[in-house]
Design a protein around this ligand. Structure first.
Ligand SMILES: Nc1nc2c(c(=O)[nH]1)N=C([C@H](O)[C@@H](O)CO)CN2
Length: 119
Protein backbone atom coordinates (compact mmCIF):
# COMPACT_ATOMS: atom_id res chain seq x y z
CA UNK A 1 0.00 0.00 0.00
CA UNK A 2 1.16 3.55 -0.73
CA UNK A 3 1.95 5.92 2.11
CA UNK A 4 1.72 9.61 2.86
CA UNK A 5 4.23 10.65 5.49
CA UNK A 6 5.06 13.50 7.84
CA UNK A 7 8.62 13.36 9.15
CA UNK A 8 10.24 15.26 12.01
CA UNK A 9 7.19 17.30 12.95
CA UNK A 10 8.36 19.17 16.07
CA UNK A 11 5.73 20.42 18.51
CA UNK A 12 6.19 21.85 22.01
CA UNK A 13 3.89 20.32 24.63
CA UNK A 14 3.29 19.92 28.33
CA UNK A 15 4.20 16.26 28.90
CA UNK A 16 5.83 14.13 31.56
CA UNK A 17 5.35 12.42 34.91
CA UNK A 18 7.65 14.54 37.07
CA UNK A 19 6.69 17.75 38.88
CA UNK A 20 9.29 19.80 37.04
CA UNK A 21 7.89 18.58 33.73
CA UNK A 22 4.42 19.91 34.63
CA UNK A 23 5.84 23.44 34.72
CA UNK A 24 7.53 23.58 31.31
CA UNK A 25 6.87 22.79 27.67
CA UNK A 26 9.13 20.26 25.94
CA UNK A 27 9.75 19.56 22.27
CA UNK A 28 8.27 16.37 20.85
CA UNK A 29 9.04 15.00 17.39
CA UNK A 30 6.51 13.03 15.34
CA UNK A 31 7.16 10.74 12.38
CA UNK A 32 3.84 9.64 10.89
CA UNK A 33 3.17 7.22 8.03
CA UNK A 34 -0.38 6.83 6.73
CA UNK A 35 -1.60 4.21 4.27
CA UNK A 36 -3.30 5.83 1.28
CA UNK A 37 -3.89 4.93 -2.37
CA UNK A 38 -2.03 7.73 -4.14
CA UNK A 39 -3.03 6.61 -7.65
CA UNK A 40 -6.22 8.68 -7.65
CA UNK A 41 -4.61 12.07 -6.86
CA UNK A 42 -1.78 11.13 -9.22
CA UNK A 43 -4.36 10.70 -12.03
CA UNK A 44 -6.38 13.84 -11.28
CA UNK A 45 -3.60 16.11 -9.98
CA UNK A 46 -6.19 17.47 -7.56
CA UNK A 47 -5.36 18.34 -3.92
CA UNK A 48 -8.92 17.38 -2.98
CA UNK A 49 -8.19 13.76 -3.87
CA UNK A 50 -5.11 13.53 -1.65
CA UNK A 51 -4.61 12.65 1.95
CA UNK A 52 -3.48 16.21 2.58
CA UNK A 53 -0.34 16.10 4.76
CA UNK A 54 -0.66 19.82 5.51
CA UNK A 55 -4.18 19.37 6.88
CA UNK A 56 -3.10 16.39 8.98
CA UNK A 57 -0.06 18.29 10.31
CA UNK A 58 -2.20 21.29 11.24
CA UNK A 59 -4.63 19.11 13.21
CA UNK A 60 -1.82 17.24 15.00
CA UNK A 61 -0.11 20.53 15.93
CA UNK A 62 -3.39 21.93 17.26
CA UNK A 63 -4.10 18.82 19.37
CA UNK A 64 -0.59 18.23 20.74
CA UNK A 65 -0.03 21.91 21.60
CA UNK A 66 -3.13 21.87 23.80
CA UNK A 67 -2.49 18.44 25.38
CA UNK A 68 -1.05 17.76 28.85
CA UNK A 69 -0.61 14.00 29.30
CA UNK A 70 1.89 12.29 31.58
CA UNK A 71 2.99 9.52 29.23
CA UNK A 72 4.09 9.61 25.61
CA UNK A 73 2.12 6.37 25.18
CA UNK A 74 -1.16 8.19 25.91
CA UNK A 75 -0.43 11.06 23.55
CA UNK A 76 0.68 8.73 20.74
CA UNK A 77 -2.54 6.72 21.07
CA UNK A 78 -4.77 9.81 20.93
CA UNK A 79 -3.00 11.28 17.91
CA UNK A 80 -3.21 7.97 16.03
CA UNK A 81 -6.96 7.80 16.79
CA UNK A 82 -7.49 11.33 15.45
CA UNK A 83 -5.74 10.44 12.19
CA UNK A 84 -7.80 7.27 11.74
CA UNK A 85 -11.13 8.88 12.75
CA UNK A 86 -10.94 12.28 11.14
CA UNK A 87 -8.98 11.62 7.94
CA UNK A 88 -10.39 8.25 6.87
CA UNK A 89 -6.98 6.61 7.15
CA UNK A 90 -7.04 2.79 7.39
CA UNK A 91 -3.59 2.25 8.88
CA UNK A 92 -1.12 4.54 10.62
CA UNK A 93 2.39 4.13 12.01
CA UNK A 94 3.37 6.85 14.46
CA UNK A 95 6.71 7.45 16.17
CA UNK A 96 6.75 9.96 19.01
CA UNK A 97 10.21 11.00 20.18
CA UNK A 98 11.06 13.04 23.26
CA UNK A 99 14.53 14.42 22.56
CA UNK A 100 16.65 15.31 25.55
CA UNK A 101 14.50 13.37 28.05
CA UNK A 102 17.30 10.92 28.83
CA UNK A 103 20.88 12.12 29.09
CA UNK A 104 23.04 10.39 26.51
CA UNK A 105 20.14 9.43 24.22
CA UNK A 106 19.27 11.48 21.14
CA UNK A 107 15.63 10.72 21.82
CA UNK A 108 13.37 8.27 23.63
CA UNK A 109 9.74 7.51 22.96
CA UNK A 110 7.33 5.09 21.35
CA UNK A 111 6.38 3.76 17.96
CA UNK A 112 2.84 2.43 17.45
CA UNK A 113 0.86 0.97 14.56
CA UNK A 114 -2.93 1.20 14.55
CA UNK A 115 -5.67 0.23 12.09
CA UNK A 116 -9.18 1.62 11.70
CA UNK A 117 -10.49 -1.97 11.65
CA UNK A 118 -9.25 -2.61 15.20
CA UNK A 119 -10.26 0.70 16.81
N1 LIG B 1 7.63 4.35 28.56
C1 LIG B 1 7.76 5.59 29.12
N2 LIG B 1 8.74 5.79 30.00
C2 LIG B 1 8.88 7.01 30.57
C3 LIG B 1 8.00 8.07 30.23
C4 LIG B 1 6.97 7.82 29.31
O1 LIG B 1 6.15 8.70 28.96
N3 LIG B 1 6.88 6.56 28.77
N4 LIG B 1 8.20 9.30 30.79
C5 LIG B 1 9.18 9.55 31.62
C6 LIG B 1 9.46 10.92 32.10
O2 LIG B 1 8.40 11.80 31.87
C7 LIG B 1 10.75 11.34 31.38
O3 LIG B 1 10.48 11.60 30.01
C8 LIG B 1 11.43 12.50 32.01
O4 LIG B 1 12.80 12.51 31.61
C9 LIG B 1 10.09 8.51 32.09
N5 LIG B 1 9.88 7.23 31.45
Amino acid sequence: MDKVFIEGLQIDALIGIYDWERRIRQPLVFDIEMAFDNRIPAATDAIGDTLNYKAVSKRVIEYVSASDFGLVETLAERVAAIILDEFGVQHVTLKLGKPGAVRGARAVGVRIERSAATL
